[in-house]
Design a protein around this ligand. Structure first.
Ligand code: AMP
Ligand code: ZN
Length: 667
């Protein structure tokens, strides 16, 4: 092994260990900054030395592989469902039934029932071989590329593991991450996701694994299957899986009787609310594997296990009024104002009603007694109406037709759930929200200016759009409430600093509906300047990778507004970056410097010529024949057999188009 290969191996081992400590043990052993330094070093080395490519390297966690159609794979061992129980009596009946079928005392392993998407992972020689969804229990979808991006799933095991086995678990989306994803969706004018479970299972079926990598999913494991596992009980299985590097939650408990099981259930019925992810019950399993085998399966579920479902926490209370909020994009959200009530340890005063359809579907009316449930969302939801308590004179809810803030008549586009206030430039919450978005951390990151102050500045008439920020003076700011001279200077300074923010972030900061961070990056890279985007036709926009009609129309509409063009001109005059800087353009062109790359075959997402141009644009050299000097080969379908042979004999790495695109996209 030469020095470079050794360094690569060392970095991989080290990063793997830090990942394990952080994502599996929840115990960080390195700062984010130092972790990134090491990861960058590894990425650099791997890029310069594609001969040491390893699909299980920690750098591969960022995803990149795209799956167009998920392959169906049969489960070697069927993935069963579970029988449900809802009471002490149900569990006691179950115990009676199984006691007739097995000899000896029965111990139970109690685990929490995680509410997510079930998954079966296969490991061969300690390496993740495949990840398959439950599907119909007999066969599921191969979602390996996506699951690989989940950091708590080990790509390589530790310790003394069997040669081949399956492990089952649940992929969940913790509340924190879910809520953050929703904040971002709301910010770009998309409807929020309804619950963590559906979002988790939806994530597994995304085509672009790089998108999955951005979602904070976790994989909690609970069941080993296979031969010669070296375990006799379920509880041992959990412990040993933990030693191999899997994330196995610590709540599991070994119980000697159904009474002890009931204690566990009672304890966790309250304590589960402190967990970072959603659980909907307890799974009770006969601990001894020999006994499990004797008990066997019914047509749909194991006889040796029983799920106990927690009663979901519901209360009923009075709906006092419905109010309507106007978001930054003009989207209207109806909110139920409730008679305050205790639910799952918090006082609930408000619940989301989502949109007009939801109100109609539930037929909720002011004065109704409604059932409220708290799931994973920040604010609880209304499940339905207690019709027995409906007042005789109640009237169906009439959705508002004009904006509660500015009085403009609302519109609702075909196929959309939300009503909008179209008064883009005159509706206060839209004006304020747009400027707040502009200054936010991920956008222009303006220090010394907060969301509340923006409201103040707008209400005082000092600014009415984000370009006005650049004309603010100390003298205007100092008289404002709670403004010291020092803070005024900080604000002015922060605003001035924002002129250094890169174009792609400025584009995101503009707050064009549906243009989130990712889309802004795509557009910036493709068009390179605001003028080019502004001049692009709808059709032209749609041709950009990942830009659909909805986004294209929204972008086009933004640049069709005289007012927006005026504001953009002002930004340009003030020196805000509305095109890619020379460095940015150049920086993009030397990633492949010194590399000699061969292109072979037919590609799915790009033509051969485009691919060659990309190599040259990024500083690489396209070479037509394979030699020992070839850095690597980008191969599509139908790569010539002689080329393939030559590559193999010279030990030259072959990557596909997506891996290549990922390489040049990275910086
Ligand atoms: P159900 O879908 O209601 O039939 O419940 C069965 C599902 O519960 C399984 O397919 C698993 O995905 C899920 N589950 C969650 N936690 C556990 C656990 N600790 N043990 C077994 N299954 C679990
Ligand atoms: Zn309005």
């Amino acid at each position: 092994m030469n020095n470079i290969e050794k360094r690569i191996q060392n970095l991989r081992n080290e990063l793997r260990e830090h990942n394990y400590n952080y994502y599996v043990l929840d115990n960080a052993t390195i700062s984010d900054y130092d972790f990134d330094l090491k990861l960058n070093e590894l990425q650099d080395l791997e890029e310069k030395h594609p001969e040491f490519f390893d699909a299980n390297s920690p750098t591969q966690r960022v995803g990149g592989a795209v799956t167009k159609n998920f392959e169906t794979i049969a489960h070697e061992n069927r993935m069963y469902s579970l029988d449900n129980s809802y009471s002490k009596e149900d569990l006691q009946d179950w115990e009676k039934r199984i006691k007739k079928l097995v000899d000896g005392d029965i111990q139970y392993t109690c685990e929490l029932k995680y509410d997510g998407a079930s998954i079966s992972l296969t490991y061969i020689n300690g390496i993740l071989n495949k990840a398959v969804t439950r599907g119909d229990g007999f066969q599921g979808d191969n979602v390996t590329a996506n699951v690989k991006t989940i950091k708590s799933v080990p790509l390589q095991l530790k310790g003394d593991y069997p040669e081949k086995f399956d492990i089952r678990g649940e992929i969940v989306l913790p509340f924190d991450g879910f809520n953050k994803m929703n904040e971002e969706r709301i910010e770009i004018g998309e409807e929020p996701y309804r619950n963590p479970r559906n979002t988790a299972s939806g994530s597994l079926k995304l085509q672009d694994s790089a998108e999955v990598a951005k979602r904070p999913l976790e994989c909690l494991l609970y069941n080993l299957t296979g031969n010669h596992l070296g375990i006799n009980t379920q509880f041992e299985g959990l412990e040993i899986a933990r030693q191999w590097g899997f994330k196995v939650p610590s709540a599991a408990k070994l119980c000697n009787s159904i009474d002890e099981v009931l204690e566990f259930i009672e304890q966790w019925d309250t304590e589960r609310h402190n967990l970072p992810y959603e659980t909907d019950g307890v799974v009770v399993k006969v601990n001894n594997l020999q006994q499990q085998e004797e008990l066997g399966y019914t047509a749909k579920a194991p006889r040796w296990a029983m799920a106990y479902k927690f009663k979901s926490e519901q209360v009923s209370t009075r709906l006092n009024s419905i109010s309507y909020q106007v978001g930054r994009t003009g989207a209207i959200t109806p909110v139920a104002n409730l008679e305050p009530v205790e639910l799952a340890g918090t006082t609930v005063k408000r619940a989301s009603l989502h949109n007009a359809d939801q109100i109609e579907k539930l037929d909720v009316r002011v004065g109704d007694t409604v059932f409220v449930e708290k799931g994973g969302e920040i604010i609880p939801k209304i499940l339905g109406v207690d019709l027995l308590k409906r007042l005789s004179d109640s009237q169906p809810t009439e959705y508002i037709t004009s904006c509660p803030e500015c009085g403009t008549e609302l519109i609702r586009q075909e196929g959309e759930a939300q009503h909008y206030c179209p008064n883009y430039n005159g509706c206060k919450p839209q004006i304020i929200g747009r400027i707040q978005h502009y200054i936010s951390r991920k956008a222009m990151d303006i220090e010394g200016l907060g969301g509340e102050t923006v409201g103040l500045l707008v209400n005082e008439g000092l600014i009415s759009n984000y370009s006005d920020l650049y004309e603010l003076t100390r003298e205007q700011i100092i008289p404002l409430e709670r403004m010291a001279e020092k803070s005024a200077d900080n604000m002015i300074n922060g605003i001035d600093q924002s002129k250094n923010i890169l174009f792609e972030r400025v584009l995101y900061a503009l707050g064009i509906r549906y243009v989130g961070e990712t889309v802004a990056k795509k557009l910036a890279k493709h068009y390179k300047s605001i003028d080019a985007i502004s001049a692009a036709s709808n059709d032209d926009l749609i041709n950009v990778d990942e830009i659909g009609t909805k986004i294209a129309e929204s972008v086009h509409a933004f640049f069709s507004s005289e007012e927006n063009l005026r504001i953009l001109n002002r930004l340009k005059e003030f020196g805000v970056q509305l095109e890619m800087s020379a460095e940015e353009l150049e920086g993009k062109t030397n990633i492949l410097e010194g590399q000699s790359i061969v292109v072979s075959g037919v590609f799915e997402s790009i033509s051969r010529n485009e691919l060659k141009k990309l190599i040259e644009d990024n500083g690489g050299k396209v070479s037509s024949s394979i030699s020992s000097k070839t850095s690597y080969i980008v191969a599509g379908d139908k790569m010539g057999p002689s080329k393939k042979q030559k590559a193999e004999s010279l030990d030259i790495i072959i990557i596909d188009e997506y891996q290549f695109l990922q390489k040049i996209d990275k910086n």
